[in-house]
Write a protein that binds this ligand. Structure first.
Ligand code: CO8
Length: 371
């Protein structure tokens, strides 16, 4: 059973924060913190915080701006965290609301009615509650049929979700699926930590997958998918339901995103390069035949390296499109934003590769062929 991608949708949050705005508020927070802790800093019991810099952020990551669901709380130096009002149980959750926008765009593109969808996978790094599954709520607000579930493979949630959905379509248990990645990274990022405060942004993406025979407007054939994981503590979050039982309810640093960025950079690059080379070899494809690479959007230097390694030369402009300068790292959604916004200009038979990598470690690759 041939599987096709027939629609994509991106929900972009209403507020943008530039590096300069972010750094100005971070540095105001640092001044406040150092003034409040002046005595302890002088006594050597508390470490003074160092300021951040826009020039560092752009040079180290390639990120210039990020979108968020709330700007005021993040930029308030006395708060340094978005302000999201709790919602009553009968009101759609934030993730469902963001998902609805992205999914509607993807369905419109595919020319598919929500009622004809029989699988929804809500694939993201964080779920705003434990249960009922956000995917099932999205199924209800969208008016989709069939069944839905949540899955979390951090940055690789989208590609792992595409593999799961396409396998079910191939097996015949599902005809049409939506893989949706609503990422509220702003609630999970530690905005008070200079090492990572610039990394993430909010977004939601959606991809419609269909059995080829059912698709009215196919865009890409799905040639094959590959997933791989290898355990690492270098990107970690310890928030969990045992927190209360652990008698650990305080404002702990490890309840938010933590990473050893340098190690991630060094360890993930060879993992990804090897994974892609192996996937292409198993497919009997020459990697240099790839017309486009839609890579995970964490770091520009990382993507430059992978693009060169895969193609065996420096990619031409447009061959390896980045969106991280505008969206920052949006975890699972990054490669899908690049795919949704930069798939023009390909002709029938052209091959492309969507590839995600991140916490776990996890790597997912999807080879697609333009219809
Ligand atoms: N301003 C100025 N200077 C700074 C700043 C700053 N903001 N931050 C650090 N510095 C300083 C450091 O103190 C250090 O100084 P010194 O050399 O004197 O010690 C110097 O700059 C260099 O610091 P680093 O070594 O930390 O800098 P790097 O060049 O390694 O760049 C990056 C940091 C950009 C983080 C880089 O390491 C990177 O991008 N690594 C890869 C990270 C990655 O891909 N991570 C994937 C994570 S995403 C994922 O998997 C999803 C997880 C789940 C999602 C969670 C949603 C929120």
């Amino acid at each position: 059973q041939q599987v096709v991608i027939s629609g994509t949708g991106v929900f972009t949050p209403p507020y943008a924060i530039s590096n300069d705005e972010l750094v100005a508020s971070f540095n105001a927070y640092v001044e406040l913190y150092n003034a409040e802790n002046a005595d302890a800093i002088a006594a050597g019991t508390v470490e003074a915080k160092a300021p951040s810099s826009s020039a560092f952020i752009t040079a180290a990551s390639g990120i210039e701006t990020r979108y968020v669901m709330d700007k005021e709380g993040i930029l308030d130096p006395t708060r340094m965290c978005p302000r999201y009002a709790p919602r009553a149980d009968d009101v759609p959750s934030m993730m469902a609301e963001m998902a609805l926008d992205a999914a509607t765009k993807a369905l419109d593109m595919a020319g598919v009615e929500a009622a004809d969808i029989d699988l929804i996978i809500c694939a993201a790094s964080n779920m705003e509650r434990a249960y009922p599954a956000i995917g099932v709520e999205i199924q209800q607000v969208l008016g989709a049929g069939g069944f839905a579930f949540d899955m979390n493979v951090a940055c690789s949630s989208a590609t792992f979700g595409i593999q799961a959905a396409s396998d079910m379509i191939r097996a015949g248990s599902v005809r049409r699926a939506l893989v949706i990645c609503p990422e509220i990274t702003s609630g999970h990022l530690e905005w008070r930590d200079r090492d990572c405060h610039f990394i993430f942004g909010d977004v939601a993406t959606a991809v419609v997958l269909e059995a080829a025979e059912a698709a009215q407007k196919p865009l890409f054939k799905l040639r094959s998918t590959r997933c791989a994981t290898q355990f690492s503590n270098n990107i970690r979050n310890n928030m969990g339901f045992l927190r209360r039982a652990h008698d650990q309810m305080d404002d702990r640093r490890d309840m938010q995103f933590m990473q050893n960025g340098r190690k991630v950079f060094k360890e993930v690059l060879p993992l990804v390069s090897h994974h892609i080379a192996q996937h292409m070899e198993e497919e009997g494809l020459d990697a240099t035949a790839l017309k486009r690479l839609w890579l995970h959007q964490a770091n520009k230097a990382m993507n430059d390296y992978i693009g060169k390694k895969v193609l065996g030369r420096v990619p031409e402009p447009g061959e390896q499109p980045n969106i991280l300068q505008d969206y920052a790292n949006t975890s699972s959604a990054g490669s899908i934003i690049a795919f949704a916004k930069h798939s023009d200009g390909m002709t029938a038979g052209d091959l492309g590769l969507i590839c995600s990598f991140g916490a776990g470690y996890s790597v997912g690759s999807v080879v697609v062929e333009k219809v």
